[in-house]
Design a protein around this ligand. Structure first.
Ligand code: GDD
Length: 374
């Protein structure tokens, strides 16, 4: 990592105390240029509405849905709720279905077929929805893009996440910055009592192996990485367009692999100007507890662990000793068998490869809500 300037900020502060050192005007400036992408797949409407409520007025919400439209058209219900909310709140918004022919056409005409499946539609998956959100945010003229899951119970926590995004992004000294949220706690009920857990099973394992990955390049053992699975994160647009991405729930862990490969000096730099300028990563802790809908069981947890570790296992820059440790961990968890390799996940090249002018020509903005680009 000799030539990479990765600045890790471990801040134990709330967004509000951050904003005492960043002027309200500065945060507002960032938020005017910030799109918040909300990926949603068949979650309760009331939860999505709460998330919308928490987003500061200046930000542009972009809802990327992969919700069912059969037997009930959940996407139409989402559209209707979002439209009503935003009409009363006098708020601009964009909403699109990830599997719609229009979104597929945008990528096809933009010369980016990688996201499309055999039916010519954008593939299923959270990352795939996020990538469609980044493309729309860029065409909407936004300079920053953040991500918040649709199933957060507390609008106040959502508000705090966005304030943390703007507080972090406002400190960027280069055009290439990322803010990743570390939750203060994730409450659970244990023996009828509330327990404010700090780490989940997935994040504990992902962070442990990510830190080993980083230690290999620096030669120093570290525990600096704490946000390997940060679903809530934000990026400056130039960085969002310059990273490679990995499918589904592996997307957040893979950010670090892409950063190392492209700007860390581990491989020849495809964007030397970014490497020279440096990339900043702000890991910032929120103060609100993170409470979200839990509808999936152990299989989902195991899949998330496998996805997070497999994106570390496969790259050529992963040292043999770490590969061995990852395989042992996955075997102990009975996720893979002895001598079996972790699953190889689909990856997507940089979105900077999209011809955005051609893609924008396909967009009929009124179809996506009430936003009209300047
Ligand atoms: N557009 C779209 N397409 N959205 C999706 C899809 C999809 O195929 N699959 C899931 N989503 C949405 C969900 O509706 C939710 O808003 C968000 O993506 C996260 O999905 P969950 O299924 O709720 O994920 P999780 O709670 O297990 O994991 C989340 O937190 C992890 C950190 O603990 C995700 O954000 C992970 O990526 C993150 O690592």
């Amino acid at each position: 990592m000799n030539s990479m300037e990765v600045t890790m900020w471990m801040l134990n502060s709330t967004a509000l105390s951050m904003s005492s050192s960043r002027s309200y005007e500065r945060l507002h400036e960032i938020e005017k240029d910030l799109a918040i992408v909300i990926p949603v797949k068949t979650k309760r409407l009331r939860l999505l509405e709460g998330v919308l409520c928490g987003i500061p007025h200046a930000c542009l919400p972009i809802i990327l849905s992969n919700s069912k439209n059969d037997p009930i058209d959940r996407f139409r219900m989402e559209q209707s709720m979002v439209d009503t909310f935003c009409r009363y709140a006098k708020k601009k918004y964009i909403i699109a279905h990830q599997r719609s022919p229009e979104i597929a056409r945008m990528f096809r005409e933009g010369g980016y077929p990688h996201l499309l499946d055999g039916d010519g539609l954008v593939r299923n998956g959270k990352a795939e929805g996020m990538l469609a959100g980044i493309a729309l945010a860029n065409m909407a003229g936004k300079k920053y893009v953040g991500f918040i899951d649709s199933d957060n119970y507390f609008p106040g926590a959502v508000f705090e996440y966005v304030r943390i995004f703007s507080a972090g992004l406002s400190q960027g000294k280069t055009p290439y910055s990322m803010v990743r949220i570390q939750w203060h706690s994730k409450p659970k009920i244990v023996d009828t009592e509330l327990f404010f857990a700090k780490w989940g099973r997935v994040s504990r394992i992902t962070n442990q192996f990510l830190n080993l990955f980083l230690s290999h390049f620096t030669g120093y053992e570290t525990e600096v990485l704490r946000t390997g699975n940060a679903g809530e994160h934000a990026l400056s647009m130039p960085l969002a367009l310059a990273l490679d991405y990995s499918t589904g729930f592996s997307v957040e862990t893979y950010h670090f692999v892409s950063l190392m490969e492209k700007f860390g000096g581990a491989l020849p730099a495809p964007f030397p100007e970014i490497m020279k300028s440096g990339v900043e990563i702000f890991q910032m802790e929120s103060r609100n507890p993170h409470l979200h809908e839990v509808t999936k069981g152990g299989d989902h947890i195991n899949e998330m662990i496998e996805y997070s570790l497999s994106v570390l296992w496969h790259p050529t820059i992963c040292p043999a000793s770490l590969k061995k440790d990852i395989a042992t961990e996955l075997q102990q968890l009975k996720i893979i068998r002895k001598n079996e390799e972790p699953v190889k996940l689909r990856q997507y090249p940089v979105l900077a490869g999209i011809d955005f002018e051609a893609a924008a020509r396909t967009i009929d903005w009124p179809l996506y809500g009430n936003f009209v680009p300047a």
